[in-house]
Ligand binder design. Sequence first.
Ligand code: AMP
Length: 190
Amino acid sequence: MNIILLGPPGAGKGTQAQLLTERHGIAHLSTGDMLRSAVASGSDLGQRAKKIMDDGQLMPDELMIKMISERIEQPDCAKGFILDGFPRTVPQAEALDTLLEGKGLPLGAVIEIKVNEEELVSRIETRINESEQARSDDTVDTLRRRLEVYREQTAPILPYYRDKGILKTVDGMKPIDEVTEQIEGILKAA
Ligand code: AMP
C-alpha cells in the first residue's frame, strides 16, 4: 500500500512512518532524510539544501518531485511506500497524482497527524535538550518559521485531499502507540 503522512514539523510523521515500515515491510521515504544525506555528502545539492533547511524554507518543487519520482522506482518500493515530508505544496501534490497515475500506482491513504502548535514547540525544545546531535534545523526560531511555512504552503494540501475524499485525520496528541493504532485502523479500512 502507498501512504502519505501529513502534518506539521514535529507531529511524529517520522516516528509513525518508521513503525509502519517495520510492521508492514514497506519503504519509508522521507525527503528530509534524503536531503540530510545530501548535506552529509557535501554535494552541490547538499550545500544548497543546508542553507534552505537551516532557514526553515522549502526546496524547489521541481527538484523534490524529481527526487521522489526516482526514489519510488527503487526495488524496495515494490511492496509499497510511506511518504513522509512529501508532498509539501499543492504543486507537489498535483505532480504526485500525475506521477502515480503514470506509474499505475494507487494511493491507499492520506493521513493527517493533527497536533497543536504549542505542543510542537515544547516537543522540539525537549528534542534540542535531550539530543547530543540535534538536527541543525532544530531551533525554536527555525521551528516557528517552519510552522509558518507549513500553514502557508503545506496546509492547503489538506483540502486538496479532503475534496478527493481520501483524507483521514488522527489525533497526534495521543501517546505514540495510540497514534499507531489509529493509523492501523485507517489502513485496515482502506
Ligand atoms: P523534514 O525532515 O521532513 O522536516 O524536512 C526538513 C527540511 O527539508 C524542510 O524544512 C525543508 O527545508 C526540506 N524539505 C523536506 N521535504 C521537502 C519537500 N517535499 N519540499 C521542499 N522542501 C522539503
